[in-house]
Structures are given as structure tokens and as C-alpha cells.
Design a protein around this ligand. Structure first.
Ligand SMILES: [Zn+2]
Length: 290
């Protein structure tokens, strides 16, 4: 059996609402089993026809000015985004999103993306290995024309041939391929998941509002831990965000839940505080405490 893996990128430029973050560069993947593919497609088509969003309209988190979705009502856009995520969860979709704070690392965008791609490749291979299945990876076509596409494909091929320090290619059947997202509906889900996760990290309300629907998709280990599995954040001072975003209480065996001591941070910039301004309301980003 084969898993289909759809990949898209996203970006959030500072200044961001969440204090402590600068410029975010993200790459995300949604992993879908071949047997669920047609069910996913049919159910998204149903949702669209109910909302009167034609199949020709490409879903984009940031639709171009003047496009159908840019002009559609907020209710339609919300129902479409929430519906897509619910259908994805029903269809067993698993997500992996790598987000790098480029502002903190000082690397350029190309290097950052290439690192994120390696991280994603490792998690995709590991996921396929756990499931004892094979996979095919389809990436949203990079902008900029055929030269950019060719160099992107060449980079991906080198990655597959060489593997990384930790993971060799075993289960990804073909070199990464690219496709235009307007013609491949699940690439639009990759756009939604990657962009919404990045927006939530950035602290934008529209992304934060979707976290309850994004979390069930995030790849986790056997203990339900997402950090390092379905959410990869860099550099290390961001580690505490695994708690505020994914509600993990530990990361690699170390507690990341707030201890109520704002003076102990130990290299974790989000040890006690989510970094958002909630005005006068109490922070409700962490797990619900009963
Ligand atoms: Zn908060």
C-alpha cells in the first residue's frame, strides 16, 4: 500500500503578534493513505457544493486579491477551512510541519527551506517505516518558472540519493514531484495545514482559532507527543511553543510545562508565557486544567 504525501511551504514576516518570534519559514506535509484518497476528494467536493464554492476555485490560505475566496464571506471561508480539516481528520490524515525562525538563525530563505525539507524527509520516511508502507511525495510547484522548478527537483533528488545523517531513503518510491496546487486538491490541504499552523505560531487569531482542528492531525509518537514528530521548531529557545501549540508537556524527556517560576527559563523563551497579549483575559493557550 502507498501513502500520498503532499507538501507546501508558508511564511510569516515580522513583526508578529507573538512576542519573541521574528520571520517564520515553514514547510509542511499532509500524509494520506491511498485508500482514503477518493473518500477525502468526494467529501471535499460535497462540502464545496454545499458552500457553493466551485471545484475550479483553488483553496488558498491567502487568496490573491480579487479572487473568489478573497471576495467570499468570512462564514464561507471559515466553513470551508474547518470542514477541510475535519474531513482530513476523518480520513486519517497525518501532518508534519517544520517551522524555522529565520530571524533568529540569520540563515537565508533557501538554506532554511533546504533544512526544513531534510527534517520533513526524515519524518516522512520514519512514518512510512512505522506503518510498513511506501510513499510518493508531491510538492506544490515553486513559483518563479521552470528554472526554479528544475533546481527544486534537483535539490530534492540529491536529498533522496544522499539521505541525511539519521535517515536513508527506504520507502519513498520516486523522486519528489511537483504539481500545480490548483489542479491537485490535497495540495490545497497542505497549504491550509502549513499556513494555519504557521499563522498560529505567529499568533494570528485566524490560525489560533484552528488549532483545535489542527492538533488531531499532528503526527505524534506512541505517547501522544508531537514535538519532534509532527511539529519541528527551531532554534531551541522555541521549544516551549510545543506546549502552547501542541500541548505537549515534555520534549525529549524534559518537562516544558510552565512551573509558575518566571525566573527559571533555561534557554526556553516560552517556558512560562505563550508570548501572546490576551489583553485583560487570562491565557487559555495551554491544556485545559480541570
Ligand atoms: Zn496564551
Amino acid at each position: 500500500m502507498v501513502y500520498l504525501v503532499f507538501v507546501d511551504d508558508s511564511q510569516q514576516r515580522g513583526p508578529l503578534p507573538r512576542e519573541g518570534l521574528d520571520d517564520l519559514v515553514a514547510l509542511g506535509a499532509v500524509i494520506m493513505h491511498e485508500e482514503r484518497m477518493l473518500d477525502y476528494t468526494a467529501r471535499v467536493e460535497d462540502l464545496r457544493s454545499r458552500l457553493e464554492v466551485s471545484a475550479e476555485v483553488e483553496f488558498k490560505w491567502k487568496p490573491p486579491k480579487g479572487s473568489f475566496l478573497a471576495k467570499a464571506s468570512g462564514d464561507v471561508v471559515n466553513e470551508l477551512t474547518q470542514g477541510m480539516l475535519k474531513i482530513a481528520a476523518d480520513c486519517g490524515v497525518v501532518s508534519v510541519v517544520a517551522v524555522w525562525d529565520q530571524g533568529r538563525t540569520g540563515w537565508n530563505k533557501d538554506d532554511t527551506e533546504s533544512i526544513c525539507r531534510r527534517m520533513l524527509f526524515e519524518r516522512i520516511e520514519r512514518h512510512l517505516d512505522t506503518e510498513q508502507e511506501l510513499g510518493i511525495v508531491i510538492c506544490d510547484e515553486p513559483g518563479g518558472g521552470s528554472k526554479q522548478i528544475k533546481s527544486f527537483l534537483a535539490d530534492c533528488r540529491t536529498l533522496l540519493e544522499e539521505g541525511t545523517e539519521y535517515v536513508q531513503r527506504k520507502r519513498i518510491l520516486l523522486p519528489f514531484m511537483t504539481a500545480p496546487s490548483e489542479h491537485v486538491a490535497p495540495l490545497q490541504l497542505a497549504d491550509l495545514v502549513t499556513a494555519a499552523t504557521t499563522a498560529a505560531l505567529a499568533g494570528h487569531p485566524r490560525g489560533l482559532a484552528l488549532l483545535d482542528l489542527l492538533r488531531p492531525l499532528m503526527r505524534s509518537n506512541g505517547f501522544g507527543q508531537v514535538g519532534g514528530y509532527g511539529l519541528l521548531l527551531w532554534p531551541p529557545p522555541l521549544v516551549g511553543l510545543h506546549y502552547w501549540i501542541a500541548r505537549d508537556v515534555t520534549y525529549r524527556g524534559k518537562s516544558i510545562a510552565p512551573k509558575g517560576d518566571p525566573f527559571v527559563s533555561s534557554g526556553n523563551d516560552f517556558a512560562e508565557d505563550c508570548g501572546l497579549r490576551h489583553d485583560d483575559a487570562p491565557c487559555d493557550c495551554g491544556p485545559e486544567t480541570v
